[in-house]
Write a protein that binds this ligand. Structure first.
Ligand SMILES: Nc1ncnc2c1ncn2[C@@H]1O[C@H](COP(=O)(O)OP(=O)(O)O)[C@@H](O)[C@H]1O
Ligand SMILES: [Mg+2]
Length: 301
């Protein structure tokens, strides 16, 4: 099966056949690969103040890819829209259910709201609710308002004997207190950039914000990863965006790009990640490759 198309080079003339051949090669490569386990938990905030650039999609699919490779993963949903919670099959929307809002505002311990994803054994989620949208207001005047998530997570890790290989923070499309809480709790930032016109717009602002947070609150914070999403190899625009991002983030850019892919966009409406919804799709393979790149970079530096 592994070689089913591999020798049919003449097929490369047709884009669909070329994609099939490519998918088979990627699957083979992934099957032969070992995902290195980080020595200590990697705390990664997926951040870009722009909306619709693939942050949530990236969080849930990297998290799912890593957990299917045996990594213990926690996703902290800090977006009031709760799309990460939904994609990981955790019901979202009931404000009475304990959530990341309660951790932020009501000092609820993480163990009281953490949920295990029903589809992925090693993946847990701190779900969000729409109440998060008012967290800024409720925290105004609170002394340690920038560190609420960090403190709760530190306590969770220290007192409950839990260990994670990866913790992902899904950020809302803004630069408010929710994002600052993600950036004080994390030590790595993964920026997702949609391959579109104006892709680089706002990256200078993002850099400035990160510098401020680093200076004032979290000296260990770095932008370590930049991932181009919704890439369309048939367009010059996508190719140009990739090379511009490479100039802007020469050390951070992932070689793997995430293609625009129907299965990736369909999966959330089935409360799934594309990794479980359609594991053989091009989108699923791309996210698994990106997860492998993330895992290797953490070890190789
Ligand atoms: N690779 C992709 N292919 C197709 N659709 C995608 C892809 N990545 C994201 N999308 C879709 O684009 C929209 C925005 O993505 P999302 O991850 O929610 O962005 P953000 O979290 O940055 O706002 C969603 O509808 C999502 O399903
Ligand atoms: Mg989102």
């Amino acid at each position: 099966m592994a070689t089913e198309f591999a020798n049919f080079d003449f097929w490369d003339d047709s884009p669909i056949a070329a994609q099939l051949v490519d998918d088979v090669r990627t699957r083979n490569r992934l099957e032969r690969s070992v995902f290195p386990r980080p020595r200590s938990a990697r705390l990664i905030s997926v951040t870009n103040q722009k909306g619709g650039v693939g942050k949530t999609t990236t969080v849930v699919n990297l998290a799912a890819s890593l957990s299917t490779e045996g990594m213990k993963v926690l996703v902290v949903d800090l977006d009031p829209q709760g799309n990460a919670s939904t994609a990981l099959s955790i019901p979202h929307g009931d404000a009475r259910k304990p959530s990341s809002y309660d951790v932020l505002v009501n000092d609820l311990p993480i163990c009281a709201c953490i949920k295990q994803s029903p589809k992925l054994e090693l993946l847990s989620v701190i779900p969000s609710t729409i109440e998060l949208a008012s967290a800024d207001l409720h925290l105004a005047g609170v002394e340690d308002k920038e560190f609420r998530i960090k403190r709760a997570l530190d306590k969770h890790l220290a007192t409950e004997g839990v260990h994670y290989d990866y913790v992902f923070f899904d950020c809302p499309p803004s630069m408010g207190l929710l994002v600052v809480n993600a950036l004080t709790a994390a030590n790595e930032i993964l920026v997702t950039i949609q391959a579109e016109y104006y892709a680089l717009e706002g990256l200078a602002l993002l850099n400035d914000t990160v510098r401020l947070v680093k200076e004032q609150y979290n000296p260990s914070l770095e932008i370590t990863s930049a991932l181009v999403t919704m890439y369309d190899s048939r367009t010059n625009l996508s190719v140009e965006v990739f090379s511009e991002v490479k100039n802007f983030f020469p050390n951070q850019i992932f070689n793997t790009v995430i293609p625009r892919n129907v299965q990736v966009s369909e999966a959330p409406s089935h409360q799934e990640t594309v990794i479980t919804y359609d594991p053989r799709s091009t989108g699923s393979l791309a996210y698994r490759e990106a997860a492998l790149e993330l895992a290797k970079r953490g070890v190789d530096g």
